[in-house]
Design a protein around this ligand. Structure first.
Ligand code: UDX
Length: 480
């Protein structure tokens, strides 16, 4: 435990207290931590990917965490230490917390507010009408908090919300409890990538902290004291906007890489060298400059649409983001066009899809390009066999049954007798596949590589026809 730091002399009015316990003082204009709130009691509202990582991670850092889950089936599962989603490392983290007794679950919001000083709000903010974020879960949390507020509590927004949401939360609570209600609303947006969420939590590039009071600042300074990355302190509204602005930029960058892939295809410029050349400029950077079937998932598509929506409401022209969206929405169409170009008519032709999740290391298929690609293949009359290491059951939940659609648990069986192998997600087992084995079982040895994972020369050497976004093919393929 870090040593206590006492500020002398300190008058009562210079101290920030949680109940009767002084936790911080101000001296010469600086806020100083007086006492470490080791083993802080934390609440987490919402046991989705962000909530569970937050709960598991803080319990592993020595805090007591109580997490709300309303769904009785999921609650039972979590209480036993098992999690309802695939996220590397998360199962172990949650199990550890449950076994140690430092992580518990409940369906009772009142219990969480009586237990915790600091409560993270991690409920979903799905897409609503016209791209606006649907904030009904956030509002109902605010009402629940107001009904159960036993004294000062700090609420920290982790959900991705439009700028100004903290004010609506505060107003809703004050309206129900009265002006004297003791609480703060802060915003610490999360930048966890699915599939890397546990790693990202413990290794953030930076932490954005939006606070509006010394009291909340003191608590957060203490809670995040073990993180030694850059901390950007700001107001809650700015912190809310940082999240949308970051995700929108990532989407722009991916769409730009897709534009470059189209340019390379149209001109014969070598795409790999083009991307390395552009991304090698440290001002631009090579990451998130990987073209393919486009960005999916629960965040980028939704956050870009929400950004366009609220910037339009604010009178700001965000049409550059609308263009990035358009480029992204065309990617599944373009890949199906490649299949058509190669096979001509698709009617009754067996084709294979490798990869259904929107990215590797997750079973999430929300806004996954696979949904659009499989739908278009079926509409064109193809007989589609799909494989994914973990996402088949989630895909089946999201996609209607179809007589020409089947799922195969073995990736090699999935490619048997097929006329085209379409790769949509860059799972490592596909990158490392025994392609000679695949080649010998396919009726027409054609690979349509939606993520550019295979070496064109290598697959050419094995006797495959190979199509991918952009021109990375050796010159001989262009008839030179
Ligand atoms: C994103 C943000 O990265 C994260 O900071 C935020 O908190 C949540 O949203 P996530 O949705 O998990 O994370 O996935 P991400 O790794 O950003 O990938 C999003 C999509 O973009 C995936 O479909 C991925 O395949 C695609 N992508 C990513 C590309 O097509 N090209 C790239 O270069 C990078």
């Amino acid at each position: 435990m870090r040593p206590f730091l006492f500020v002398e002399p300190a008058t009562r009015s210079e101290l920030t207290c949680i109940g009767e316990i002084p936790v911080a003082g101000r001296i010469a204009g600086h806020t100083l931590t007086l006492q470490k709130l080791a083993d802080m009691k934390l609440g987490v509202i919402g046991a989705g990917p962000v909530g569970l990582v937050t709960a598991g991670a803080f319990s592993s850092l020595g805090h007591q965490v109580l997490c709300v889950e309303k769904d009785p089936v999921r609650l039972k599962q979590l209480t036993n230490g098992s999690i309802p989603l695939y996220e590397p490392g998360l199962q172990e983290l949650v199990q550890q917390g449950v076994d140690k007794g430092s992580l518990n679950f409940t369906n009772d919001m009142g219990e969480v507010l009586r237990f915790a000083n600091v409560v993270f709000v991690c409920v979903g903010t799905p897409e609503g009408e016209e791209g606006a974020a649907d904030l009904s879960q956030v509002e109902s949390v605010a009402v629940d908090v107001a009904r159960n507020l036993p004294g000062y509590r700090l609420l920290i927004e982790k959900s991705t919300v439009p700028i100004g949401t903290h004010r609506h939360i505060a107003r809703t609570i004050s309206r129900h409890v009265g002006r004297d209600a003791e609480f703060d609303v802060a915003c610490i947006p999360e930048f966890l990538r699915e599939g890397n969420a546990v790693h990202d939590f413990f290794n953030p590039d930076r932490i954005i902290i939006g606070v509006g009071s010394d009291r909340s600042r003191a608590l957060i300074e203490d809670l995040y004291s073990s993180f030694d990355c850059e901390k950007v302190w700001t107001d809650p509204g700015t912190a809310e906007l940082v999240k949308h602005a970051s995700n929108a930029f990532l989407a722009l960058k991916i769409s730009y890489s897709n534009l470059l892939a189209d340019m390379s295809e149209a001109t014969g410029a070598n795409l790999g060298a083009l991307l390395d050349g552009v991304g090698g400029d440290s001002r631009i950077g090579r990451s998130f400059l990987n073209p393919g079937v486009g960005y999916g998932g629960s965040c980028l598509p939704k956050d870009v649409r929400a950004f366009v929506h609220f910037s339009t409401q604010a009178g700001v022209d965000s049409s550059m983001l609308a263009e990035a969206q358009k480029i992204n929405e065309r990617r599944p169409v373009q890949i199906v066009d490649k299949v058509r170009d190669a096979l001509w008519l698709l009617n009754d032709k067996p084709v294979t899809v490798w990869g259904l999740s929107f990215k590797p290391e997750t079973d999430d298929v929300r806004n996954a390009p696979s949904l659009d690609v499989v739908r278009q293949l079926l509409e064109a009359g193809a007989k589609v066999t799909c494989h994914d290491p973990v996402a088949i059951s989630r895909f089946r939940e999201a996609f209607d049954e179809h007589p020409d659609l089947r799922y195969e648990a073995d990736m090699y069986e999935a490619a048997q007798d097929s006329h085209a192998l379409i790769l949509l997600t860059e799972w490592s087992q596909y990158k490392d596949a025994d392609l000679a084995k695949v080649r010998s079982s396919m009726t027409i040895p054609l690979i349509i590589d939606g993520r550019r994972v295979f070496d064109p020369e290598m697959v050419d050497g094995l006797g495959f026809e190979y199509e991918a976004f952009g021109s990375g093919k050796p010159p001989k393929r262009h008839g030179a």
